[in-house]
Write a protein that binds this ligand. Structure first.
Ligand code: ATP
Ligand code: MG
Length: 406
């Protein structure tokens, strides 16, 4: 095998000083964590890049895993060689010959990052390009739109040759931007919101409200699968809080505020979540809400619901269309699980006409009138179970959306 390393690019030029160092350290920790179990890889850091030495492992599974981690812009499998010209030329020819779909045209793009190297970038383009042409006479040079652009990156410690640049997930490394709780239902939206929150570098714990025995174990298993899938992207186990919501929900449903049931349920959820956040040191709540999607997702509803908590509510999907959300769900491998037909706690007590414009005073009054409301909130917090979950396997999804993953 020609490739002996994978290079990871993560340099965000807008990030300076301390932030950058912290970011870099988190990123490297995350990569190491994600590659545990892959085999004997080693690491080398140089100028805003991380090199993963494969030590004989095939590059595909490693590159596949790395492209799904956050904080990485792109990855390339590279062939490294010593700095002698003959070695670089031989490596370039070997790499060009190994390309499966035989290219008709190419160009060499050399970059002399180590300025003490005797040949300039321009000279290297000719020296390497000429050698490749002599060894592969069928090949032609096309500087404008080549089939293959062979990069030759000249550094002090080695020269790296590559032509593939695989776009990675981008964003910030896991946990580099604080911690939040994700309200995770079994639906399509909240896992996508979770993935987007992870991409922004938020450390996440998931919170799920269940109404056992009205909701089945299957519904719970579905949420567990979704949480596991999210942990594949963070590369770390994720904590899932399972909140018993039956008593509160029953109380709310009996309170004769039919069209306010959803508003009252959502406020109760936020109150409970806020207390869980205090315990776990989370500074925000992430939800899968999207403007206008259902009655509780109008501006007026979100206003009244959001006032139940002092924590910032992060809603990454708020301006997205359903189809866009579905596209992401398919790509990240949560869609197939999300559409499994098990009851969610909120659909159980769904009123005929939920209010799209609830009145805050009436809602607050209704809450005051519910006997034992605060105690029920406290009991739900007390009765919350915690599960630590991690992805069954750290290898990438075969093809996003295929249920073979689970
Ligand atoms: P989703 O597809 O995420 O279920 P949705 O479009 O069905 O979203 P709602 O059911 O109104 O919308 O829920 C809005 C948000 O409230 C969800 O995205 C999720 O963040 C949160 N949520 C709803 N039900 C639950 C639940 N049982 N446990 C935890 N969070 C929930
Ligand atoms: Mg839902």
């Amino acid at each position: 095998m020609l490739y002996d390393q994978i290079v990871l690019r993560y340099g965000d030029l807008t990030m300076k000083g301390r932030n950058r160092n912290r970011f870099e350290k988190r990123m490297i920790d995350q990569v190491k964590q994600a590659l545990i179990g892959f085999g004997p890889v080693t690491y080398f850091k140089s100028y805003g890049r991380l090199y993963v030495k494969l030590n004989g492992l095939p590059y595909e599974p490693v590159a596949d895993r790395l492209k799904d981690l956050f904080g990485i812009i792109s990855v390339s499998p590279v062939m490294s060689t010593e700095l002698e010209l003959e070695k670089i030329q031989a490596a370039a020819a070997a790499l060009m010959q190994s390309i499966p779909d035989k290219p008709a045209t190419f160009k060499v793009n050399a970059k002399r990052a180590w300025k003490a190297y005797p040949h300039t970038s321009q000279e290297m383009n000719h020296l390497v390009g000429g050698y490749v042409l002599r060894s592969m006479p069928e090949l032609k040079v096309d500087v404008k739109k080549p089939d293959v652009e062979l990069r030759v990156d000249i550094q002090e410690e080695a020269v790296y040759l590559y032509y593939e640049v695989i776009t990675a997930a981008g964003g910030f490394p896991y946990g580099s931007n604080g911690k939040a709780l994700l309200l995770l239902s079994g639906g399509i939206d909240s896992p996508v919101a979770g993935w987007m929150a992870l991409r922004k570098g938020l450390e996440l714990e998931a919170v799920h409200f269940h109404s056992y025995p009205f909701t089945s174990d299957k519904a719970k298993d579905k949420v567990i699968e979704l949480a596991k899938r999210l942990s594949y992207y963070s590369g770390e186990p994720i904590k899932l809080h399972l909140v018993p919501f039956t008593d509160l929900q029953t109380k709310i449903a009996q309170s004769k505020n039919d069209n306010l049931i959803i508003t009252l349920m959502r406020r109760a959820m936020l109150r409970i979540t806020e207390q869980l956040a205090q315990r776990s040191g989370a500074g925000g709540i992430v939800t899968g809400e999207s403007l206008g999607q259902v009655a509780s997702q109008t501006l007026a509803s979100m206003n009244v619901i959001g006032r139940a908590t002092g924590l910032p509510l992060l809603k990454p999907l708020i301006m997205m269309d359903k189809q866009e959300i579905i596209d992401v769900a398919v790509r990240i491998g949560t869609f197939e699980t999300s559409i499994l037909p098990y009851e969610d706690c909120c659909t159980l007590f769904l009123p005929k006409s939920p209010s799209t414009n609830p009145n805050l005073n009436i809602v607050m009054k209704a809450e005051k009138q519910m006997l034992g409301y605060d105690e029920l909130i406290a009991a739900a917090v007390e009765g919350t179970e915690e599960l630590m979950l991690s992805a069954a396997s750290q290898t990438a999804v075969q093809s996003a959306g295929e249920d073979s993953w689970f």
